[in-house]
Design a protein around this ligand. Structure first.
Ligand code: CTP
Length: 405
């Protein structure tokens, strides 16, 4: 199971702004995800929040200054800088950004920033005028050119009571950005993956459509897990769930739109995972105006349906066919036989078969129970587990298939 934050050593630098209290939430999230977090506070930060808060959250000592350190740690900025997998500075004041952009090392945090080879993530927080000042903007341009990653700032209510840009982004967004940075060494780094999610909607008229119960949760879990393993992910979806940060989102509605988006996106793609529930039929014509019922209640309505194209079958013969193609088979009976015939018919490397008649697996729920079937005839029946866990196991197999491809 990939949890990119587990066992990672993160230095959390906290500087002096009111958003320092949110750094405690960030710290807690990182610790809960399994990271070892060493907190380094500037003097100004200690006026906003107590070091004891961070000590309690991390169960580790909090570093406050360069010179008041036990003798066995005689060069702490070098030790910390060497150990770190990631340096996060949140909140980062305009003053600290200016120091960083000029290579100043007048406190423990800026000295670590200068000494470390770990990626640096800064989450600025300041009043809008300070943010917009050319000096701050020039400092940021410089820091980015040196490889630092910026999270925010967001727009919203500031310490002064004014509303504008300068608010530190929420801790969860900083955690997601940290995951993306750490994923650069993941087992899908340099891999381009396209995943589809949700059920397509086939319009009958401007008001109605033919749809299905798919919510997109499985596809989103795959997109999220793949991103955390370093893949560059394109998510083609009909669902309106919030997309994982850093994932390229393409919204579509119908099977035809999904087909066009998939065939365009697979250029130079390594992996395609078709987890969407694509309609097999669509109305032959879409009424331009809302269809009205007749006064005579005995007159019903028939809608002519025509077949949609099979996207996976089209991908199988496409010049841009990805190195690995994965399908899903949602079945209510003869699960394995039906899945096996789809695997062959659609020329897939792997298919995840799930019985959609179970209430704890399939559409809309957070858990799934799938059997993975492979082109070489092997099968792996997985127990009930979270969709995220299913996603991780699918991706473990994708990594193996990529090695064989
Ligand atoms: N699929 C596709 N294009 C379609 C229909 C389905 O690419 N027009 C993909 C789905 O995304 C899934 C796989 O094919 O990965 C199997 O989809 P499923 O609906 O289970 O099977 P169908 O091929 O549609 O067969 P049937 O509906 O007869 O079971």
């Amino acid at each position: 199971m990939s949890n990119i934050l587990a066992y990672k050593h993160i230095i959390l630098g906290v500087t002096g702004g009111i958003a320092a209290y949110k750094a405690a939430i960030l710290c807690s999230r990182l610790v809960q995800a399994g990271a070892t977090v060493d907190v380094v506070m500037t003097e100004a930060a200690q006026r906003f929040i107590s070091p004891l808060t961070f000590q309690a959250l991390t169960h580790r000592r909090v570093y406050l200054d360069m010179f008041n350190i036990p003798s066995e740690e005689n060069i702490p900025h070098i030790t910390l800088a060497d150990q770190a997998n990631l340096l996060i500075i949140a909140p980062a004041t305009a003053n600290t950004l200016a120091k960083l952009a000029n290579g100043l090392a007048d406190n423990l945090l800026t000295a670590i920033a200068l000494a470390t080879h770990a990626p640096i993530l800064v989450a600025p927080a300041m009043e809008t005028d300070m943010w917009q000042h050319p000096a701050t903007q020039a400092n940021l341009t410089r820091l980015k050119a040196w490889g630092a990653t910026l999270a925010g700032p967001a727009e919203g209510r500031l310490a002064s009571g004014a509303v504008g840009r300068g608010r530190m982004v929420e801790p969860d967004e900083i955690v997601e950005t940290a995951r993306i940075l750490l994923a650069e060494t993941g087992d899908l780094a340099n891999c381009k993956l396209v995943v589809t999610a949700g059920g397509t909607r086939e319009a009958i008229d401007p008001v109605r459509f033919i749809g299905n119960h798919s919510t997109g949760k499985m596809g989103y879990a795959i997109a999220h897990a793949a991103r955390d393993r370093g893949a560059s992910v394109t998510l083609i979806t009909t669902a309106s769930l919030p997309p994982p940060l850093g994932v390229k989102l393409i919204k579509v509605a119908s099977a035809q739109q999904m087909r066009a988006a998939v065939l365009k996106a697979i250029r130079l793609t390594d992996v395609l995972v078709m987890s969407a529930a694509v309609a097999d039929f669509r109305p032959a014509t879409v009424a331009e105006q809302k269809i009205k019922k007749k006064a005579d209640s005995s007159i019903g309505l028939s809608i002519d349906l025509v077949r949609t194209s099979d996207i996976l079958a089209d991908v199988a013969v496409h010049v841009d066919r990805p190195r690995v193609t994965v399908g899903f088979a949602a079945e209510s009976e003869n699960l394995l036989d039906n899945a096996e015939s789809k695997l062959k018919r659609k020329n897939l490397d792997m298919i995840a078969a799930n019985n959609i008649s179970a209430t704890d697996a399939g559409f809309g729920v957070d858990t799934n129970r799938v059997t993975l079937l492979f082109a070489d005839g092997t099968k792996n029946a997985l127990p009930l587990m979270s969709k995220r866990s299913v996603a991780e196991i699918i991706l473990d197999n994708v990594v193996d298939l990529l090695c064989e491809a």
